[in-house]
Design a protein around this ligand. Structure first.
Ligand code: F6R
Length: 601
């Protein structure tokens, strides 16, 4: 997830160290390249950027020596265009008069880029951030002021983003930094003799704690001694008093949540919206779909949480797209299936980090078979990205907490999206509705999930049961519980429970059933087997009178169909694990013995 920061000072002077300091404060969001631009009092722009970590790029390019009155820094987390010097931000317009950065995705950047080239502009990179500069350039060249040009350009830019842009014109009302919020976060800081703007608070707090939060659809112009906030739509000035932020830096990084896990759980509606936007505009999706639909057999290969997403993904492809697809754990795939692949098959490797050794081992044995290698990953620039014939990003930004939450949800969103594109059974999904359904599920299950966590907390071993599509969800919920509560929880097929584990049931023993609507009648049989032996069944399901009659506790999902219920059912399971972890005094972000990226066999 990129980060942006800009500052305007009263007097020209050393700005480099301030920009590097701000970049360090934004680094927790994750990035692969970094760039700074300063503008001095005469309007001269100094721009330096490259791939790498802040300190190593600073050592090479000496950001520290940069001087000016206005400065911008950007940390880039690649989604459009690989991590490279030319794709790094900031970007210049054709003549080097404007300099700008963005955070987020400009989803129509491919068509905008064609338009800019047709207009004779100089486009230097494959990065969507360059589009914001040319979009403003288009209107400035037609004589608009910076403010009007930015307002007009914002109409042309589609996606969720925030931007900062400045012109080298130091006359008239310019000499300002301008920023827009349209879907991504943006906060303004007001200090003595300086103002600044950033993606979030940690980079502002060392400078000032007087802040103004922008809303979507607003822009701000900053001078050293004042700011002007206005609505993008009609240019109307907005009066908003600054607030004084009194909490510490750590609270600022966690965006007001107690832990990164809680923050990342609540980021899911937004992360899904960004992914859906991205997929709907990406030229990579048709290539990926071609490879999927022409395969004789599809294998979905991953480990841990990513494997659970593979289970759901393969089931979506079987049921929705009529394509034979099997989920396989990566090491097992290496040992048993890879040797029998042919060039007619395709393997979808799924990994948040893109660096999991078990996954890369499996990929290595697939290469000589000629089967297509497709990657689904969150970390752009990872080994999996480079080794895949085609790849799709999860577009989640940085996931800090060790337990995967938003990356799992976006893996499932991505598989459902692709299966929906190849659909032969059932009705097409209205993708505009999905982020709101995710948000609604988080809100409506919040309290019941906390109550369920209280019921489960006294137990140190338990079962989560799923059926059909929801088996992968039950297994993912169980993994989340094991990871951050240190209790044992087995996720399994509800119909298998009677073949042995049923003997664990005793008076009051809680068992959680994750059910999609079409499976409710079958699940009632499995619930009864537990209930009649004194067990305490808890259901996670869309509203169903019959199910409700047979369980003690009910965690209701919104009234959505089979496919979407499967997608959102993981949300209360994430919340249950989180609450139990806190109750047990465990830090869910850093559970013992675990690491976010497993580069060992
Ligand atoms: C669980 C978790 C792990 C990872 C697994 C694979 O919350 O994060 O189970 O899912 O180690 O990692 P990636 O997806 O990076 O290949």
């Amino acid at each position: 997830m990129c980060g942006i920061f800009g500052i305007v000072k009263e007097h020209e002077g050393p700005l480099g160290e301030t920009l590097v300091g701000a970049a360090r404060r934004l680094a927790y969001r994750g990035y692969d390249s970094v760039g700074c631009a300063t503008i001095d009092a005469s309007g001269k722009i100094d721009l330096r950027k490259d791939v790498g970590k802040i300190d190593e790029v600073n050592e090479r390019l000496n950001f520290n020596e940069m001087r000016g009155q206005r400065g911008i820094v950007q940390l880039r987390w690649a989604t459009f265009g690989s991590p490279s010097q030319e794709n790094a931000q900031p970007h210049l317009d054709s003549d080097g008069d404007l300099v700008g950065v963005h955070n987020g995705n400009i989803v129509n950047h491919v068509s905008l880029r064609d338009r800019f080239l047709a207009e004779g502009m100089t486009v230097r990179s494959a990065n969507d951030g360059e589009s914001i500069v040319h979009a403003v350039e288009h209107y400035v060249d037609r004589g608009e002021t910076m403010v009007d040009a930015i307002r007009a350009a914002a109409q042309d830019l589609q996606g969720d983003y925030a931007l900062i842009i400045a012109s080298n014109d130091v006359t008239g009302s310019d000499g300002a930094l301008h920023a827009v919020k349209s879907g991504s976060g943006l906060v303004v800081g007001i200090a003595d003799g300086a103002t600044c703007v950033s993606s979030d608070l940690p980079s502002i707090l060392p400078i000032t704690n007087k802040i103004i939060r922008l809303q979507d659809g607003e822009m701000v112009s900053l001078w050293p001694d004042r700011i002007e906030l206005r609505r993008l739509s009609d240019g109307e000035i907005i009066e908003r008093e600054p607030e004084v932020f009194t909490e510490g830096m750590e609270a600022a990084e966690k965006g007001g949540y107690a832990h990164f896990m809680e923050k990342e759980i609540h980021e899911q509606p937004k992360a899904a919206a960004e992914l859906i936007h991205w997929l709907s505009a990406s030229p990579f999706v048709p290539q990926f779909l071609d490879a999927l639909s022409s395969a004789r057999h599809l294998y979905f290969v991953g480990c841990g949480t990513s494997y659970h997403a593979c289970m759901i993904g393969a089931a979506y492809f079987n049921r929705i797209a009529n394509i034979p697809a099997s989920p396989v754990l990566a090491p097992q795939f290496t040992e048993t299936l890879a040797p029998i692949l042919t060039s007619d098959d395709a393997v979808v490797f799924v990994s948040q980090s893109g660096e999991t050794k078990d996954v890369l081992n499996a990929l290595k044995v697939v290469r000589p078979t000629g089967a297509k290698i497709l990657g689904v990953l969150n970390v752009i620039g990872s080994a999996l990205m480079h080794l895949s014939d085609h790849y799709l990003p999860l577009a989640c930004g940085y996931e800090i907490s060790v337990p995967a939450t938003k990356t799992f949800l976006n893996q499932v969103v991505l598989f459902l999206y692709l299966a929906d594109k190849l659909r032969v059974h059932g009705a097409k999904i209205d993708w505009d509705e999905i982020p709101e359904i995710i948000e609604r599920t988080l809100v409506s299950t919040k309290e019941v999930a906390r109550e369920a966590a209280n019921i489960l907390n006294p137990y140190d071993e338990m079962y989560y049961l799923g059926y059909g599509l929801t088996l992968g969800v039950a297994m993912e919920g169980a993994l989340k519980l094991k990871e951050i509560t240190y209790a044992h929880c087995e996720g399994m097929l509800s119909s298998e429970f009677k073949h042995g584990p049923l003997s664990a049931v005793h008076d009051g023993y809680p068992i959680l059933f994750v059910t999609a609507p079409d499976d409710a009648a079958m699940m009632v049989n499995h619930i009864n087997e537990v209930a009649c032996r004194g067990g305490r069944p808890i259901a996670i399901a869309c509203e169903d009178g019959l199910l409700r009659k047979h369980v003690r506790e009910y965690i209701p999902l919104p009234d959505v169909g089979q496919e979407i219920a499967t997608l959102v059912a993981v949300l209360p399971l994430q919340l249950i694990s989180y609450h139990m972890s806190i109750e047990r005094g465990i830090d869910p972000d850093f559970p013992r013995n675990l690491s976010k990226t497993l580069t060992v066999d």
